[in-house]
Design a protein around this ligand. Sequence first.
Ligand SMILES: C[S@@+](CC[C@H](N)C(=O)[O-])C[C@H]1O[C@@H](n2cnc3c(N)ncnc32)[C@H](O)[C@@H]1O
Length: 248
Amino acid sequence: MNKNDLEKEVAKIRWWHTIDLGDGVVTNGVNNPVQLLDRCALPEDLSGMTVLDIGAWDGFFSFEAERRGAKRVLATDSYSWGGEGWGTKAGFDLARRALGSKIEDMEIGVLDISPEKVGVFDVVLFLGVLYHMRHPLLALERVSSVTGKHLILETHVDMLGTKRPAMAFYPGDELSDDPSNWCGPNPAAVEAMLKTVGFKKCQRIHSPVVFRTGIVWRAGRALYVKVRKNDSFSRRFQQSRMVFHAWK
Ligand SMILES: C[S@@+](CC[C@H](N)C(=O)[O-])C[C@H]1O[C@@H](n2cnc3c(N)ncnc32)[C@H](O)[C@@H]1O
């Protein structure tokens, strides 16, 4: 596909991920995943590894895993790819074509994932999906069943003031006015759930933006949201985003 045709095709799609497709063509994503890529501490070298990306959407992290040498990458999703939200699979399909990528794809929900259906992978990416789960522990059980070695999990967290494992429940659109968000576990709950579903070791990742969970950053953001949206300061102050790595 020449550059003009690619630009035309790119413009037809509502993108989640900003992706550099080469030749100066960059998708106009709602979400620029470069910061998350930094935060999630994806291993630089994935040579010879198999990687499963659960909730891949436009596939930025799947393409990155392939670029880092993974021998097999499977991108999966269901909600966005099935058109239940505002997204579709068109971005993933076009990006894969434009990048000449060989990654595989499967439209499958988290709760339907099993070793029989998708296989077992050295590295599993579960980025930005946990808080969309109505049944988070069950979802992590499924994720664990297909993780051979190493899970990288990124999620919204809530109840940061509580030390014991605890989870906020969002029956409506309490989180970001988005009814597809269901839960906000605190870090202790994420770790306890990971241990419960069979991970032996779990680590919170302290990246250059770890200050996001610190008091100053959270207070600043909570104040901003209070002023801009008249949202509750104390509720927002309890929330952030975090990355966990877990090993079998
Ligand atoms: C916030 S996006 C994160 C996309 C990508 N992983 C990232 O970090 O940029 C959440 C993704 O989870 C997917 N998702 C939500 N519920 C799902 C389910 N039950 N099964 C599979 N994927 C789901 C959505 O379709 C969407 O692609």
